[in-house]
Design a protein around this ligand. Structure first.
Ligand SMILES: NC(=O)C1=CN([C@@H]2O[C@H](COP(=O)(O)OP(=O)(O)OC[C@H]3O[C@@H](n4cnc5c(N)ncnc54)[C@H](OP(=O)(O)O)[C@@H]3O)[C@@H](O)[C@H]2O)C=CC1
Ligand SMILES: O=C1O[C@H](COP(=O)(O)O)[C@@H](O)[C@H](O)[C@H]1O
Length: 542
């Protein structure tokens, strides 16, 4: 059975992608995992590969070579991976299948800062003859400081090669999957793009953003462009504002404190995952479903995104750090600065909220509020589109449910994309209660994956690894998209030192100061809340 903790994280997953006869397994490949003794390989990558294997979606012939410095040999490395598979996929009665899969795995010990390692790896692959298929996928699961160096050495030693399939013959493709973080600002992202593009073509580079691989994120596009009803109202005429929340109940303990303390919420979540999600929600319809058509539209809207600065009285950005507190399940959580591998005087934000505007024809004047944080009340990722009031105040004087009323009688519609957990889509609307007095109250029309298909959704890594093996870049991030994302947050990063760092108790919805992003006393006349009295506030589910 699959398990879900109270905050919806650490779930095991048994179901995997449902293979379809029309989906052919990818071409034969050898996957070289750089940084294979690390957490990501054990917890996410190898369990996802096992799931693909289980679903018959691995190549007919494949090998997985893990590279790192720690002194494993093949059997001890396989044992480490077997534990990860057990934890995540729970294959109680599938130990044999697991062993069969692990037969394809081997360990190659080496220091990726030393050029010799690349030379020996190349020789090892060459000597392997038929054991290793000619298609090669290099997965950068390394500490990010090593990305540029590794790309450089791989190229120098002929392990990656631009357009090598054309040069070396059919089947001899080369690809690189690059983990996040993709740089730490615009300049470093550009440098990393340059380094990768020296050795590979754009089509050979797979910059992973696992949010894009989530089913409920992919569904945003289906919902918008496969229905007639909704797309025509997603614009400045009908939408009052958009809110995007990515709250996590987990803190930064568990080994990632060192990384997180250098990056913080803006770089870790907002500059990539949340902007990708926002791009899918707000982009124009692509001309087709091919990779370039989608990336072109996403890039266009990312380039139209700006931080909505309006002066000090209405800040556009709020950052904060969690203090000790009590979580929803009653456990006590330590404060951020007391977490393992975090600087005791750290000024890194574990929470960030920002108000954005989209300066294009469709969205001009519609504010977008985005927030993300660790140790918040519970795990929740959702996008809420808040619509305007209907033009006529027909129901103003009519009674409505106390908690749901606003000054105009009924609440405007909300369309909520629940990305996780309990993935689904909810349309909140006003309806007449079937009673004698005319009472209007809010009700939901909802779609949930669990309700319709009754099964856990596959992990994003499964889908993304499969696509990388098939050479499909659609769900990966293109270089100009990454740079556009960094350009959006660049002004915030520059203003960081002058922005106060607030505090919020672990287990809350974040700092009270983040409410000031909605303040509109100083905003121009077109500000809706001044005209209509509509109260904007963070949408915190009960
Ligand atoms: N863990 C997670 O949940 C997530 C991770 N990521 C990203 O994935 C990547 C890997 O993360 P994670 O697995 O957590 O990190 P870890 O620190 O757990 O692992 C890092 C890996 O890099 C290897 N490594 C470091 N230096 C060298 C070197 N000089 N030569 C060879 N190998 C080296 C380490 O092996 P050894 O010490 O044996 O040499 C280890 O296998 C990072 O870019 C991270 O940002 C992204 C999203 C989530
Ligand atoms: O990339 C990252 O994502 C996770 C959150 O991912 P989710 O799929 O559990 O929502 C986040 O915890 C981590 O800090 C970040 O690097």
């Amino acid at each position: 059975m699959s398990k879900r903790t109270a905050d919806g994280e650490h779930r095991t997953y048994e179901t995997g992608l449902h293979p379809d006869p029309s989906v052919t397994p990818p071409d034969d490949a050898v996957m070289i995992l750089l940084g294979a003794s690390g957490d990501l390989t054990r917890r996410k990558l190898v369990p996802a590969l096992f799931q693909l294997y289980r679903s018959g979606l691995m190549p007919g012939r494949f090998a997985i070579i893990g590279v790192a410095r720690r002194p494993y040999d093949d059997p001890s490395f396989r044992e480490r991976l077997r534990e990860g598979i057990r934890e995540r996929c729970a294959p109680q009665d599938e130990e044999d299948r697991c062993s069969e899969f692990l037969e394809h795995v081997e360990y190659f010990r080496g220091d990726l800062e030393a050029p010799d390692t690349y030379a020996s790896l190349r020789d090892h692959l060459d000597r392997g003859g038929d054991r290793y298929p000619s298609g090669r996928l290099f997965y950068f699961s390394l500490k990010p400081d090593l990305f540029i160096e590794a790309a450089h050495h791989l190229r120098e030693h002929g392990l990656i090669d631009s357009d090598s399939a054309a040069q070396a013959g059919e089947g001899a493709w080369r690809r690189a999957v690059i983990e996040k973080p993709f740089g730490h600002d615009l300049e470093s992202a550009r440098a990393l793009n340059r380094a990768l593009l020296e050795g590979l073509d754009e089509k050979q580079i797979f910059r992973i953003d696992h949010y894009v691989g989530k089913e409920a994120v992919q569904n945003v596009m289906a919902f918008r462009f496969a229905n007639t009803l909704f797309e025509p109202v997603l614009n400045r005429t009908c939408v009052d504002h958009i809110q995007l929340t990515a709250a996590e109940a987990l803190g930064v303990g568990g080994g990632r404190g060192g990384y997180y303390d250098r990056y913080g919420a803006i770089r870790d979540m907002l500059s990539n995952h949340l902007l990708q999600l926002l791009a899918l929600l707000t982009m124009e319809p692509p001309s087709g479903l091919d990779s370039d058509a989608i990336h072109n539209e996403k890039t266009k809207v990312l380039k139209a995104l700006r931080v909505d600065w309006r002066g000090d009285a209405s800040p556009a950005f709020c950052r904060a750090q969690y203090a000790a507190g009590v979580m929803d399940d009653g456990t006590r959580a330590v404060g951020y600065r007391d977490e393992d591998r975090v600087d005791r005087d750290s000024e890194t934000e574990s929470y960030a909220a920002v108000r954005l505007s989209i300066d294009n024809w469709r969205w001009s004047g519609v504010p977008v509020f985005v927030r993300t944080g660790k140790r918040m009340k519970r795990k929740l990722t959702e996008v809420a589109v808040h619509f305007r009031h209907p033009p006529l105040k027909l129901f103003r004087g009519v009674e409505c449910e106390g908690a749901h009323c606003d000054v105009r009688g009924v609440q405007p519609n909300k369309l909520i994309f629940r990305i996780q957990p309990q993935e689904g889509i909810f349309l909140n609307m006003a309806v007449k209660r079937p009673t004698l007095p005319f009472v209007v109250e809010q009700a939901d029309m909802d779609f949930s994956y669990a309700g319709k298909w009754g099964r856990e959704l596959p992990e994003a890594y499964e889908r993304l690894l499969l696509d990388a093996l098939r050479g499909d870049t659609t769900l990966f991030t293109r270089s100009d998209e990454v740079e556009a994302g960094w350009s959006v947050v660049e002004p915030v990063l520059k203003a960081m030192d002058r922005t106060p760092l607030y505090s919020y108790p672990a287990g809350s919805w974040g700092p009270a100061e983040a409410d000031r992003l909605f303040q509109c006393s100083d905003l121009p006349d077109e500000c809706l809340c001044r005209k209509t009295g509509l109260v904007r506030a963070w949408h915190n589910p009960q």
